[in-house]
Write a protein that binds this ligand. Structure first.
Ligand code: 13P
Length: 335
């Protein structure tokens, strides 16, 4: 097995998933302000270090995606990648520089960050990163996503992946079809299928070693403003069908984003997906909000109660880990 394939499996299989703690400073500031905490490099580090030093890191988390600020921070004279490595998880890094307005389709976005990427990747490798993340975003509405948005983002994801692999790191390929809107799950499915197909066409053309990537897709869900009611069984079946048809078999694992689902929804849906899993892919989580929300809320009122915050995070991580094996139940959730 190649080193990249080893890393891909290490961060996203055997009951382990990925903690996405790579919110940009502006996103993290919004998250902290929403719970009444002032955002500073100290407060961001304090909360994140509380998660990184939790018990569940050893059993449930295979990799942590960091933001540029965090990968360079020290806590008690130890650098953050070292602290993560000591738990058995691998440090990873978000390398895109954000989604900007796409010229000639101004309601849509294109993810930037390719200029100078090779040099940045080399530095991140030296800082300890062994995998990377790049997120392309797609909106669903009457006229979108456009062909332009689909091809431009797929092309950027492929160029990024080639550079990450060249530098010895696994690229997490994240084409996120957003939940916003009143579309049906069927709309989400057909658009996600097309987005994935275009991404893999570009990845293959760029000669990416597909065994050395992790795919981070959205689940197939009705839009957040849709009135459609759909069961977890239907969500799982549609998600699996979409991945089976559009993702090449060489890809070792799929780590879903939570995308605005509640913690419990994201857990329950992953559990049903893993239970049915009729694909070759290992299925797990790469959650940001669905792992951190409750812990952040508690921490905002009890910033010195590290143990209490960790207990909440540990519960969430354990639930997600069980879900990745199809072993989560509502009873265990409530315990
Ligand atoms: P959410 O799970 O909160 O969607 O975040 C995952 C992520 O990494 C988005 O890029």
């Amino acid at each position: 097995m190649s080193e990249l394939n080893n890393i891909a499996l290490k961060i996203s299989s055997n009951g382990k998933g990925i903690l996405a703690a790579d919110e940009s400073t502006s996103t993290m500031t919004k998250r902290l302000q929403s719970v009444g905490v002032e955002s500073s490099s100290e407060s961001r580090l304090k909360f994140r270090h509380t998660l990184f030093s939790s018990e569940s890191m050893k059993k449930c988390i295979g990799g942590v995606i960091l933001y540029d600020e965090t990968i360079r921070q020290l806590y008690n004279s130890k650098n953050i990648p070292e602290i993560i490595l000591a738990t058995g998880a691998l440090p990873g890094i978000k390398v895109d520089t954000g989604a900007k307005i796409l010229a000639n389709s101004s309601e849509e976005k294109i993810t930037e960050g390719l200029d100078g990427l090779r040099e940045r990747l080399k530095e991140y490798y030296k800082l300890g990163a062994r995998f990377t993340k790049w997120r392309g975003v797609y909106i669903i509405s009457k006229n979108y996503p456009s062909e332009l948005a689909k091809t431009s983002n797929a092309h950027a994801l492929a160029r990024y992946s080639a550079l990450a692999q060249e530098c010895g790191m696994v690229p997490i390929v994240e084409p996120e079809v957003l939940m916003d809107g009143n579309h049906t799950a069927e709309d989400c499915m057909s658009i996600t299928a097309d987005v994935l197909k275009k991404c893999f066409d570009e990845l293959i053309q760029s000669k990416i070693d597909l065994k050395g990537i992790v795919l981070k897709p959205n689940m197939i869900l009705p839009g957040s403003n849709s009135k459609q009611k759909i069961s977890t069984q239907e969500i799982a079946e549609m998600t699996l069908e979409c991945l089976k048809k559009n993702v090449p078999k060489d890809v070792p694992s799929v780590a879903f984003l939570s995308g605005g689902q509640s913690e419990e929804e994201a857990t329950k849906n992953l559990n049903t997906i893993s239970k049915i899993n009729n694909t070759n892919f290992s299925m797990t989580f790469s959650y940001g909000r669905a792992l951190q929300q409750s812990a952040l809320k508690y921490w905002s009122k009890n910033q010195d109660d590290i143990e209490g915050t960790q207990k909440i995070f540990d519960h969430r991580a354990n639930m997600c880990s069980l879900a990745s094996k199809g072993k989560w139940t509502e009873d265990i959730e409530k315990k």
